[in-house]
Design a binder for this molecule. Sequence first.
Ligand code: R5P
Length: 294
Amino acid sequence: MKVIPGPASEELGAHVAQLTGFGKVKVASRIFPDGESYVRLEGEVKNEHVAIVQTTCAPQDSRLMQLAFLVNAAKRYGAKKVTAVVPYLAYARQDKIFLSGETVSIEVVAAMLRAAGLDQLITVNVHAESALSKFPFSTKNLSAVPYLAQYFVQRGCQKAFVLAPDKGAMYIANQAKEVFGGESGYLEKHRDRYSGQTTQTGAHLNVKNQTVIIVDDIISTGGTIVGAAKILREQGATHVYAACVHGVLIDEAQKRILEAGVEEIVATDSIPSKVSKVTLAPLISQELQAQASG
Ligand code: R5P
């Protein structure tokens, strides 16, 4: 197997190549003055199973085009199998029609990657597993939650209370709880489909004088975490941390969360940023090594 670190995940891809010991194929890339993307493989891929590591965070559309071009280039130059490792999968949240007149965006992304020649997709904590059913080839959804939880254990947060800020994040809270061994709870969240505004309500949680870690798959505007932190403060939590797999963190999200009393924000390098303190490299490497030997 060979690893191709895409322009959006150069560091992560190189880290995966180093941990697996697989050969690395470098990519030359640039954006033309009119905004179009250009990529070129700088190594041999003939008869290889190649793993292209390319996240699709903002600017999503050009990251997706770069990925499709790399997939196609790999096939064009004789790769026998092309796997895309896409830690943050753009458009996964539009995996169904919420309002009449919309489309299923992730289905269009899947069709585009199929047309480019993709054989397999590996992603990490996709927002909803149902999004993967739209891909007409094999997919795998890895979980980074144990790695996030370990980060806090190493910082002395054993037995922390784990809070899911909505029901969708309960599976994340449960996986984290297995590492912490403490208690967990969740809040109810309602999102207005027209305005995007969310409201959260929480039953009484056993968080008085406790350290609480709010866990979610994505932090985007930070609204969900800010709302949850407010409820935790009202209920007497002493220390509040926020952890997510994908730190989208648009605009002033980070500032808003810290101002709401959250002591630290921790994310993975599915989206490289100042808060991407947990690397996905070991998780991805294990999966690729298992596939290479299996
Ligand atoms: C949605 O249900 C997700 O799991 C996250 O809770 C959501 O994307 C977070 O968005 P924001 O940070 O904008 O509240």
